[in-house]
Design a protein around this ligand. Structure first.
Ligand code: ZN
Length: 262
């Protein structure tokens, strides 16, 4: 595996790895010059684990998602508020709508989304959106319920029109290892079209391992393959991609680049 300028993994789920393997996984990421990881905590236990992790690894940052409950449980709500107020979170998410996997009813997904939008705005934090087959509703709801433009569409798999609409709203777009898969011409076209200053990259580990690791468990160390795929289809150098995405990610999450510090 090649090494490049520092990269930032804008989306990984570190709580989904076996605990005893995590230190090795982080070590391998460091060896591949991953200078930061945004650890997306999908529930309360993941956030609790994440809060421990960042004490030892200040190069890891946390985003956290409110999880579906009819009414957000009190303990959870106060825990999230506290983490946000103590500046332990750099974003709220992932949140959004997924009509592809049908994990919950559309109505309950929309309800949670609206609740999450309001929560993020009350904490002045940016949002990470997950959206599958639901852009119409996501755009409609955010139009009326979200005043901030600080939003990121993670693991983007939408159309060019959907990307255009997101860009118009000032949102950023993150691409995953899906870009490295052979048959994906439409998505590659979108990734070539989005202005470079609005692009972030991610692994979404442990899911979606890029080629040549497809089918295996993904990890942040493989982020280089995403950068490489993006560079290839945009006909830009990997250095250009690394510099731009690191800058964009720092700016989106209000982080300092570790590598560019004196
Ligand atoms: Zn994710």
């Amino acid at each position: 595996m090649e090494k490049t300028l520092p990269l930032i993994d804008s989306h990984a789920h570190l709580s989904l790895f076996p605990k005893e393997e995590l230190e090795n996984i982080l070590q391998r990421a460091k060896e591949k010059n991953i200078e930061r990881i945004i650890n997306v905590c999908i529930d309360l236990p993941a956030l609790e684990q994440g809060l421990f992790l960042i004490q030892k690894h200040p190069w890891i940052s946390l985003a956290a998602a409110l999880t579906p409950h009819d009414a957000l449980k009190e303990r959870e709500a106060s825990f999230f508020s506290k983490a946000a107020e103590e500046k332990k979170l750099v974003a709220i998410g992932e949140t959004g709508l997924d009509y592809h996997h049908h994990s919950a009813s559309k109505e309950s997904q929309k309800k949670l989304l609206i609740q999450t939008l309001h929560f993020a705005e009350s904490k002045a934090l940016p949002l990470i959106f997950h959206c599958r087959d639901a852009f119409r509703d996501l755009f409609e709801i955010t139009k009326s319920e979200l005043s901030s433009s600080r939003a990121l569409l993670h693991c983007f798999t939408g159309t060019k029109e959907e990307a255009k609409e997101a860009l118009k709203r000032g949102w950023s777009i993150s691409f995953s290892g899906i870009l490295s898969f052979a048959k994906n011409d439409l998505l590659k076209e979108v990734a070539a079209f989005v202005p470079l200053d609005r692009i972030l990259i991610e692994t979404d580990a442990p899911y979606l391992a890029p080629n040549p690791y497809r089918g295996k468990r993904n990890e942040p160390a493989y982020l280089f393959e995403v950068a490489k795929a993006l560079a290839l289809l945009r006909k830009e150098s990997i250095e250009t991609i690394a510099t731009a995405t690191t800058k964009n990610t720092c700016s989106f999450f209000s982080l300092k680049s570790i590598s560019s510090q004196p």
